[in-house]
Write a protein that binds this ligand. Structure first.
Ligand code: GRF
Length: 215
């Protein structure tokens, strides 16, 4: 079966990208990374892509007059590389409704909280401030509102006494690296499908939940 051609949008470190690259390096994985596109030049994610022999592109948003023209350029490069599905992996630009509709149900994101709790850029800080005992990460289809959309996979971790933001972030990140490849695999195999505001997963062995440390 043909592998799903995926474009990954990044802005920085790229550890989730690495998890996807590692998964896709197995020929049995149902998706291949066709392109890694960064809006920031020189980031580590681009090095990771190059090391994996994957095509890269840099589209610096600062070179554009507004989000629309920037997103048109991103869209054009994705299409040029035959990308069929897009993963956001630490991509630090808000996408407009226009881009989201062009990639509707073909665009997913990973967020470091158990959505719908703690949307936004300070998920771990907010989780600690709220005193929750469990946090985690969510892979979800992208909708125009930030950190919103049908949930594919979640992974949960404990919040431990004395945790600083960095401790919780590291514990969650480890699970992100399992959740993202799992979510993409389920989608690429046609086993996770959007149904209204939710995602239906149609295999008993593939519930979209991971519980730390091992499920
Ligand atoms: C991750 O925590 C992800 O959940 C959030 O941004 C971070 C990106 O990290 N959206 P990396 O670039 O994948 O290492």
């Amino acid at each position: 079966m043909a592998r799903l051609k995926v474009g990954v949008l990044v802005s920085g470190r790229g550890s989730n990208l690495q998890a996807l690259l590692d998964a896709a390096s197995d020929p049995g994985y149902p998706a291949e990374i066709a392109l890694v596109l960064s809006n920031v030049p020189g980031v580590q994610a681009l090095e990771r892509a190059a090391r994996a022999g994957v095509a890269t592109a840099v589209i610096d948003h600062k070179a554009f007059d507004g989000r629309g023209p920037f997103e048109d350029a991103v869209h054009a490069v994705l299409v040029e590389h035959g990308v069929e599905f897009v993963c956001l992996a630490g991509f630090m630009r808000i996408l407009t409704d226009g881009f989201v509709s062009r990639w509707f149900d073909r665009l997913i994101n990973i967020h470091p909280s158990l959505l719908p709790a703690f949307r936004g850029a300070h998920a771990h800080r907010d989780a600690l401030a709220a005193g929750v005992r469990v946090s985690g990460c969510t892979v979800h289809f992208v909708r125009p509102a930030m950190d919103d959309g049908p949930i594919v996979v979640q992974a949960a971790v404990p919040v431990l006494p004395g945790d600083a933001e960095a401790d919780l972030a590291a514990r969650v990140l480890e699970q992100e690296h399992r959740a993202y490849p799992l979510a993409l695999r389920l989608i690429a195999e046609g086993r996770a499908r959007v149904a209204g505001d939710r995602v239906e997963i149609d295999a008993p062995d593939a519930a979209g939940a991971l519980i730390n440390p091992r499920d």
